[in-house]
Design a protein. Structure first.
Length: 231
């Protein structure tokens, strides 16, 4: 590992984060991971159009000398809210990425940019399928429910991506991997109320997922998007 990469990983780990770096050429593989599924009819048309078609797999115009893709997992606690309904106090747990998602992303990217600048390198902000990047880079694994899990953090984390001109001399890229425990567990398959999790394929039918429809409704009201169901 080149010294610049080693120092960057040391700073990432000192923060309690976890990270991976892959060569910039893996942009093409990320594109294939999304486009191949779409072309083979595995992705719902509305889901692809509303959630996935805005990804960009080109080298950023403001960083033509890009050489690497950085993916970082940041521990993020769940949020607990309470609603009062018919005289009762009802607790509701919100997934970690539903609160302060964009500010946290920008904060982490700013820290990475400062660290890279110390080494004489730059950072660009990408629009990439972070769950796919996290799993293919070896940072994370999929559950049968297609939720992304990072060792030591579980799903209580947020993924943040960056593109840099930092050179890399290793490539941890791998085929998608599922948690070992999912091979013998069918809990989410059995309990999914809409059949979004199926036994005939690993990729969930996201168009049946209540999370997707809740996010679509929120997007139509606020104009913002959430990362819960995207790739």
């Amino acid at each position: 590992m080149i010294p610049q990469m080693k120092r960057l990983f040391e700073k990432i780990e000192a923060r309690g984060w976890k990270g991976r770096i892959v060569p910039i050429g893996r942009l093409a593989d990320l594109k294939d991971a999304i486009c191949d599924r779409y072309e083979h009819g595995l992705l719902d048309e509305a889901l692809y159009r509303e959630q996935l078609s805005s990804f960009s797999f080109d080298i950023p115009a403001d960083l033509p000398g890009a050489r690497s893709i950085i993916i970082v997992a940041v521990p993020t606690p769940q949020m607990r809210m309470h609603f009062h309904w018919h005289g009762k106090r009802v607790p509701v747990v919100a997934p970690p990425t539903y609160v302060s998602y964009t500010p946290r992303t920008e904060s982490v990217q700013a820290v990475l940019a400062a660290w890279l600048q110390d080494e004489g390198y730059r950072l660009a902000k990408p629009r990439l399928p972070l769950k796919t990047l996290g799993v293919r880079s070896g940072l994370a694994e999929y559950g049968r429910n297609n939720i992304c899990y990072v060792p030591g953090m579980g799903s209580f984390m947020q993924l943040v991506g960056a593109i840099s001109d930092l050179p890399v001399d290793e490539d941890p890229w791998r085929e998608p991997k599922a948690l070992d425990r999912c091979s013998s567990c069918v809990a989410c398959l059995r309990l999914c109320p809409t059949g979004a999790i199926a036994d005939d394929r690993f990729l969930i039918r996201a168009e049946r997922c209540l999370t997707y429809h809740n996010e679509a409704a929120a997007t139509s009201r606020t104009g913002s998007t959430h990362p819960g169901i995207t790739a």
